[in-house]
Ligand binder design. Sequence first.
Ligand SMILES: CC(C)(COP(=O)(O)OP(=O)(O)OC[C@H]1O[C@@H](n2cnc3c(N)ncnc32)[C@H](O)[C@@H]1OP(=O)(O)O)[C@@H](O)C(=O)NCCC(=O)NCCS
Length: 147
Amino acid sequence: MISRGRRWNLLDLPAFAAFLGGDPAGVVTCRFEKNECEITSLNSFVENRGIGAALIAAVEDTAREKGCRRLWLVTTNDNLHAIGFYQRRGFRLAALHRGAVDKARKMKPQIPELGMNRIPLRDEIELEKLLSPTPAPPSSPAAHPLW
Ligand SMILES: CC(C)(COP(=O)(O)OP(=O)(O)OC[C@H]1O[C@@H](n2cnc3c(N)ncnc32)[C@H](O)[C@@H]1OP(=O)(O)O)[C@@H](O)C(=O)NCCC(=O)NCCS
């Protein structure tokens, strides 16, 4: 997988798998760098059953536990479904990397010219979700205001 000009072997990255009735239903991979977490791949094998959302939630929970302040990913300009899917789950458009897929194709010639929805596959779209730190539990005994 190539993202932002860097090549990753997904088999080397942390992953979560989802199962439905014991059968594999989806996989997400991610990587942690500094205080950020990138979702490097997300694939649901049983769509519209909440698998994709559950996998994102698993990564998000882990990213918060590790103190990450930003969860981010890139998708491609043709993936209209994913662009909507992520935005409905709190991600915002963060950057357009125009021509990034054309550059990636030079590293990985198997990337097709034509993508989903019969859209030429050219650009990377970066989406992000900023993570606020998990609030610390109240100290005990509770402090009282002085009024
Ligand atoms: C994008 C992708 C991961 C979504 O996975 P998914 O398992 O279908 O995701 P979910 O089931 O959580 O959500 C999909 C829709 O199903 C709906 N849904 C969830 N549970 C449902 C249920 N029990 N019954 C009916 N609908 C349901 C959700 O509301 C959601 O709709 P919304 O986005 O309009 O809110 C999947 O389409 C996929 O693998 N695509 C190919 C690879 C890809 O593009 N990956 C992302 C690129 S970075």
